[in-house]
Design a protein around this ligand. Structure first.
Ligand code: FES
Ligand code: FES
Length: 158
């Protein structure tokens, strides 16, 4: 393989790998790092299932090449779990409000919303709807996801 060396931090851990220059960041995360919480749906930037954070911003990892993450700080859904192994406030809110059914879309929602709540801990319902408007869910009908985000926002702002 004609590899390119990349160095990045993923979930707080320094990673150094040689990758194909055309490898998608989403595939790198799943297939090289075995962080399979990042899901791949459309692979065209439409569904939001592959959302991660790059340097603190939510990013669709299917729209980025692994080589573009060189020198970046990446966080995946696996970073949300607390050190004691318990769900964090946002994951717990999704669980409490039955905001998932098959769960395929959930990692993307969690990563989209976690970045959003850091910026805006008291969002209106319209702001929540706008925040999740780029994430598709084929199961829940979105109402319970909105309820979960409201509960999580309340936890953050208390
Ligand atoms: S898999 Fe990346 S947006 Fe759908
Ligand atoms: S819970 Fe099934 S796609 Fe969202």
């Amino acid at each position: 393989m004609d590899g390119v060396k990349i160095n990045l931090k993923v979930n707080g851990q320094d990673i150094s790998r040689e990758v194909d220059s055309r490898l998608l960041l989403s595939d790198f995360i799943r297939e090289s790092l075995y962080l399979t919480g990042t899901h791949i749906g459309c692979e065209h930037g439409v569904c939001g299932a592959c959302t991660i954070h790059v340097n603190g911003d939510p990013v669709r990892s299917c729209l980025m090449l692994a080589v573009q993450a060189d020198g970046c700080e990446v966080k995946t859904v696996e970073s949300l779990i607390q050190e004691n192994g318990k769900l964090n406030y946002l994951q717990q809110a999704f669980s409490d409000n039955h905001a998932l059914q098959c769960g395929f879309c959930t990692p993307g929602f969690l990563m989209t919303v976690s970045g959003f709540l850091e910026e805006n801990s008291k969002p209106s319902e319209d702001e929540i709807k706008k925040c999740i408007s780029g994430n598709l869910c084929r199961c829940t009908g979105y109402s319970n996801i909105i309820k979960a985000v409201k509960q999580a926002a309340q936890t953050v702002s208390n």
